[in-house]
Design a protein around this ligand. Structure first.
Ligand SMILES: CCCCC/C=C/C(=O)SCCNC(=O)CCNC(=O)[C@H](O)C(C)(C)COP(=O)(O)OP(=O)(O)OC[C@H]1O[C@@H](n2cnc3c(N)ncnc32)[C@H](O)[C@@H]1OP(=O)(O)O
Ligand SMILES: Cc1cc2nc3c(=O)[nH]c(=O)nc-3n(C[C@H](O)[C@H](O)[C@H](O)COP(=O)(O)OP(=O)(O)OC[C@H]3O[C@@H](n4cnc5c(N)ncnc54)[C@H](O)[C@@H]3O)c2cc1C
Length: 629
């Protein structure tokens, strides 16, 4: 398959799965048991992997398959092979050395090896340095001894570990020569390839039901002195030689590379979920009529209520803005990863900082937006068949996994305050933080000027970062580092989010300015951008007065401006969501189909309830009569 961008991959695979003999026909899974749901989702995930193989996709393209538009259709309750695809395979590709890649990859691609990424433990997820699974090297046997010291150190959460995977990349504390060497990745067989039984010394199982994505097949895993050959430590970055001597990686955090990659993929993918939710809410908001009839005798379409426009339209603008900025992050990641593979890690700290804050900003914005869109559909948005609850469950998981959002924002803040204080290596050309070392952009604020808004967003980011950096610096003179840091946590998180917002709007400003295909498209992008900016100001008015140079009068003007813009955007709402090009079957919502035939679909889905099979269900005789109600 020739190289294509993510949107082309999504469209290509979307049409493939809709026509695929094993994937095109779907079943309603709401009434299935946990086991049936797992079996259904697993068989579809397997068919999807075969399809990917038939398409001859490379690893970079496999990660694009994570697109929720496609995976939400193929595996509606969560893909038990997602972590295999998105984390296990990329970890092998990027952290195993060439010999190891050639040893394992054939079996990975022929399906003999199915893997997971086992890092989090019951008592430690965020603080990776605190993980307690040990891998102790014994030069005599040339093996590592993998051990779980007690139940709190059990691996807990890895996707696909429950009952699907037969291998895991296990992140463990390495000991050689009696010395702790930090967290390193190990390729470990956990189940027999033929019988699928747990191997000796391994305890493994599934962790139980969750808010959503119940067939991700998250699992637990404990080791009782399991022997792993020396050659199974992933050795592209650090090495343990036969005699136990240790070679450090070129970058202290080289083994965290998979997390950086997955954060970028999650940011991209959560925007897919928002696009689906926005399409559903937009379509429902024109079909739904409710209220005092107007002059034409018709009840109003709910989208003509100003409050409804505020609930729906800014999130459509956000789809466009966040899609563009996350796509830029993906390109940046691709570039930096190739530099790192060539031994140059100079750009890694900033990539890490940017990936952390965009993953956090996007998953937070998208989960809040999807919940607002769900509420905009009234009672029907609460129904599973609207798909909005599942989209929310999906987006909000992204706020926790692959680094809890607050913690990630603090990583970004750490980088920003160092940059503001000049204690980090100066940023490279094209860096996203050069604004911190320049005078503030004093473009005067003017309602209606996107450039003036972008400058104000920049002043907020700069003000937030420099203020908290100064407070931290002052506290450091009078208290220990950890206390000083803790005194500023809330402001640090706000600073990182403000920086993320500035990154997003600058990237989109560039996309708009570079767009040259037609004047109409240019104008529409300007309108979407104006809505996004005015909404961003309305959500953080205090910040724009405190740091952005806006006056209370500007704030009032912006509120009116936003409502005017929403009215201007309203006639374009359907074309703008149609442009996401989501076929009905991929949307899979009673409320969001293209023809708007909502009420018929509501009844049709109710007919699937097993409680409607008999006029009088057996439970009436078994429970109600016996209790003499
Ligand atoms: C479809 C579903 C798929 C998704 C399935 C989900 C999978 C998962 O959730 S897998 C588990 C993911 N877990 C996490 O993301 C854990 C989050 N925690 C961490 O990443 C780290 O522990 C940390 C970054 C929060 C802290 O690490 P720590 O070792 O304690 O580092 P310091 O805070 O002391 O920072 C030291 C230094 O290192 C830099 N750094 C940290 N991470 C990276 C990185 N990935 N790349 C590059 N650099 C990194 C950090 O910036 C510091 O730099 P200096 O300030 O220059 O010292
Ligand atoms: C659906 C799902 C799938 C997952 N899949 C995998 C997987 O495949 N493999 C895997 O290894 N893991 C997986 N995980 C685990 C996930 O990566 C962790 O749950 C996540 O990193 C958060 O860590 P935690 O649970 O320890 O949260 P905690 O760190 O305990 O968070 C609890 C609270 O403490 C706060 N907090 C913690 N530390 C700090 C700090 N330093 N400063 C300020 N506040 C702090 C947080 O902000 C949060 O409010 C998955 C999780 C979920 C929900």
């Amino acid at each position: 398959m020739v190289s294509r961008n993510r949107s082309q991959v999504k469209d290509h695979l979307g049409s493939k799965v809709l026509n695929h003999p094993e994937l095109r026909n779907t079943k309603a899974t709401e009434y299935m048991s946990h086991e049936e749901k797992y079996r259904y989702n697993l068989s579809r995930a397997t068919a999807m992997l075969k399809l990917i193989d038939e398409e001859g996709m490379d690893v970079n393209e496999i990660s694009k398959v994570m697109s929720h538009t496609v995976s939400g259709f193929t595996t509606p309750d969560g893909n038990p092979l997602a972590v295999h695809q998105v984390m296990f395979v990329p970890t092998l590709m990027n952290q195993a050395d060439d010999d190891q890649v050639s040893r394992w990859l054939g079996d990975v691609f022929n399906g003999t090896i199915v893997g997971t990424y086992a890092q989090t433990e019951l008592s430690h997820g965020t603080f990776v340095r605190g993980l307690r699974t040990t891998a102790t090297y014994d030069p005599a046997s040339r093996t590592f001894d993998l051990h779980t010291p007690d139940v709190s150190a059990a691996k807990w959460w890895p996707g696909g570990l429950g009952t699907t995977a037969n291998h895991a990349v296990v992140m463990a504390q390495l000991y050689t020569d009696g010395q702790p060497r930090g967290i390193h990745p190990f390729m470990v067989a956990i189940r027999d390839r033929e019988t699928h039984r747990p191997l000796p010394g391994i305890t493994v199982g599934e962790i139980g039901p969750k808010l959503g994505q119940n067939t991700l097949n998250n699992g637990y895993l404990l080791f009782d002195h399991v022997k792993v050959p020396r050659e199974n430590m992933l050795m592209r970055n650090a090495r343990v030689n036969e005699d136990g001597s240790y070679t450090k990686p070129s970058h202290q955090k080289a083994s965290y590379g998979t997390m950086v990659f997955t954060r970028v993929a999650i940011a991209l993918d959560t925007v897919d979920a928002l696009q689906i939710a926005a399409t559903i809410a937009a379509r429902y908001s024109i079909v739904r009529r409710q209220g005092e009839p107007r002059d034409d005798g018709q009840e109003p379409q709910i989208i003509d209520y100003q409050t409804q426009q505020l609930k729906v339209l800014p999130h459509i603008a956000a789809c466009y803005v966040l899609r563009a900025s996350t796509a830029r992050l993906w390109e940046h990641h691709t570039h930096v990863t190739s530099e790192v593979r060539g031994g140059d890690t100079a750009l890694l700290p900033e990539l890490h900082a940017t990936a952390c804050c965009l993953k956090a900003l996007v998953t937070q914005d998208c989960s809040e937006a999807i919940e607002a869109l769900r509420l905009s559909c009234g009672g029907h948005g609460y129904m599973t068949a609207s798909r909005l609850p599942a989209l929310y469950a999906y987006a909000t998981a992204g706020a926790t996994y692959e680094g809890e959002n607050t913690v990630l924002l603090l990583q970004t803040a750490r980088y920003l305050v160092k940059q503001a204080g000049g204690s980090h290596a100066p940023p490279a050309a094209g860096s996203a933080v050069t604004y911190l070392s320049r005078p503030a952009d004093d473009t005067p604020f003017a309602v209606g000027s996107p450039a003036a808004y972008v400058a104000a967003v920049g002043r907020v980011a700069r003000g937030r970062v420099t203020e908290v950096a100064a407070a931290l610096q002052a506290d450091r003179q009078t208290m220990p580092e950890a206390d000083a840091w803790n005194q500023s946590l809330v402001q640090l998180v706000a600073a990182a989010l403000a920086h993320g917002r500035y990154f997003v709007v600058r990237e989109f400003a560039e996309v708009v300015s570079q767009q040259s295909s037609s004047r109409a498209i240019q104008q529409m992008l300007q309108l979407l951008f104006s809505v996004y900016l005015a909404h961003a100001v309305s959500r953080a008015e205090g910040d724009f007065i405190t740091y952005g140079g806006l006056t209370p009068s500007d704030i009032r003007l912006n509120r009116r401006h936003l409502l005017r813009l929403l009215a201007e955007l309203r006639p374009h709402m359907i074309p703008l969501t149609d442009a996401f090009d989501l076929p009905d079957r991929l949307i899979n919502s009673t409320l969001g189909a293209w023809d708007g035939d909502v009420y018929r679909r509501m009844f049709e889905q109710a007919s699937h309830s097993p409680l409607n099979t008999d006029e009088v269900p057996a439970s009436f005789h078994q429970a109600m009569l016996r209790s003499k109600l």
